[in-house]
Design a protein around this ligand. Structure first.
Ligand SMILES: [Zn+2]
Length: 476
């Protein structure tokens, strides 16, 4: 897990800027060419042996058709392979989800499917297995007790799901950045000003970039172009400091009013709801306005093409849109960060029970939040949770089953939709009353060690189990 540190430059003069954009342009075209070429299934095994591909290209006398120096195209290749790997890894996560829920496969068939999707903790993934899913090649190991017909059936099923979740092949659309390794830059200071001299397309030439602050810079860097300011931002990654695991078990109930409520009843960042609402309103309002403008543009397209073009340029431009969005995004992001910081620092959990993030979609819908906002929220919370778990050495067994977590009484175990009315929980049997989110967090926490109710226990079955437990409790 890596942490990104950002360092901005001062504005560059036009000559330096021209050199940097030229380098970024060539890098982007080269990376894109690699993506197109090696995005093909027949090259998938190279993701397990990236170095080998590079060496093969070197011994075949490869030179970059876009004018990159040798070190530069090697980095562009790494970059492209990493992008492809990320896309396939994300697809594997989704395929696994579908697999667990799929009821048409026998245990042995699922076992074979898991073997194909397996990733070794130390040695990483054997991409030949994923490749076989696509090519239909029959691969197997001693531990698999499934005949050839069954294996073919599994691979066919997985192939179908992969095709569905993979989406478009990744491409580089804009030349926004390039990477440099330790040999391609030099850092020095004059007085209190720090500079970085970066290699360009011309061998031996370096562009000297004045930096806005002072940082320890080492290892591979990514140079990000900021065209509006005619400056760059240097991104360096490093291993963040980590902490030993804590003692406590905790449960959190993610929300759309506060970031989450934990099992002690504390609500983290109640300011979050307003920020989220604002962002959503802004996006909804804008998409309504854009819809109107688009209609207007269509109307003028025949009568007054120049006016139509102006509407497109000034009012439907994408740049403006993302810039203003950023303000709202940053505010929400800050709230999420603060919530997790406070929680991890104060609770020091060793394990956290949380629900499948997909449930946030429903919560967002009930508040009338934009779908875009809700999707964004899920991805950022997932990312933060993974990152913080890494920093604080928290075990993450994945989400727990959240069925009936806000309708079940943590005292007597009675399950009833009537137990919950809005934010308030009041048990219809024993009268126990508490905040509804607090109750949900408590119930999620109790599912951590639930042998009967696992993540994949069907919804209805959960209710049967809970009611049976309630009955047992009454008898004893
Ligand atoms: Zn009760």
């Amino acid at each position: 897990m890596q942490q990104t540190v950002r360092q901005k430059s001062l504005p560059l003069n036009s000559e330096k800027w021209a050199r940097i954009t030229e380098t970024a342009g060539a890098y982007a075209r080269q990376k894109d060419a690699f993506l197109v070429e090696y995005g093909h299934i027949k090259y998938l095994h190279y993701l397990s042996e990236k170095r080998k591909l590079r060496d093969e290209l070197v011994s075949a006398g490869f030179t970059s058709p876009f004018g990159l120096q040798a070190r530069q195209w090697k980095l562009a290749l790494d970059d492209a392979l990493f992008t492809l790997e990320r896309q396939f890894e994300a697809a594997v996560v989704e395929v696994k989800e579908c697999l667990y829920r799929h009821e048409g496969l026998t245990d042995e068939e699922k076992h074979y499917a898991s073997w194909l999707l397996y990733k070794h903790k130390k040695h990483g993934r054997d991409w030949k297995r994923i490749q076989a899913i696509f090519t239909g090649k029959d691969i197997v190991s001693e531990e698999i007790n499934l005949d050839a017909e069954g294996r073919a059936k599994v691979r066919k099923y997985l192939k179908r799901v992969f095709r569905r979740v993979l989406g478009k092949k990744p491409r580089v659309k804009k030349a926004r950045s390039f990477t440099v390794d330790q040999q391609m830059y030099r850092v020095f200071a004059v007085g209190s000003r720090q500079y970085i001299a970066v290699a360009t397309l011309t061998p031996g030439e370096r562009v000297i970039i004045p930096l806005a602050g002072v940082h320890a810079i080492e290892g591979n860097l990514r140079v990000i172009l900021l065209p509006d300011e005619r400056a760059v931002e240097i991104h360096l990654t490093r291993e963040p400091q980590t902490y030993p695991p804590g003692e406590e078990e905790a449960g959190i109930d993610l929300g759309v009013t506060e970031v989450f409520t934990d099992d002690t009843g504390r609500k983290y960042r109640p300011e979050y709801g307003e920020a989220l609402q604002e962002m959503s309103d802004h996006i909804l309002d804008k998409s309504r306005k854009r819809g109107k403008l688009r209609a207007l543009r269509r109307k003028f397209l025949e009568q007054d093409p120049n006016k139509a073009r102006r509407i497109l340029k000034h009012n439907l431009g994408l740049i403006k849109q993302t810039k203003r969005n950023k303000k709202y995004r940053t505010r929400c992001e800050n709230e999420i960060n603060r919530a997790f910081n406070e929680f991890y620092k104060e609770r020091r959990p060793k394990i956290i029970a949380y629900e499948d993030l997909a449930h946030l979609r429903g919560k967002a819908r009930s508040k009338g939040l934009s779908r875009k906002v809700s999707g964004w929220q899920r991805s950022i919370i997932k990312e933060r949770l993974e990152y913080k778990n890494y920093i604080y050495s928290v075990a993450d067994p994945g989400p727990v089953n959240a069925a009936y977590s806000s309708q079940t009484c943590p005292m007597c175990g009675w399950v009833d939709a009537k137990n919950r009315r809005g934010d308030v929980f009041k048990c219809q049997k024993c009268g126990f009353a508490a905040d509804a989110d607090n109750v949900a967090a408590l119930n999620l926490k109790s599912r951590l060690h639930d042998k009967e109710i696992t993540r994949y226990t069907p919804y209805k079955k959960v209710k049967e189990i809970l009611l049976e437990r309630y009955r047992q409790k009454q008898v004893s």
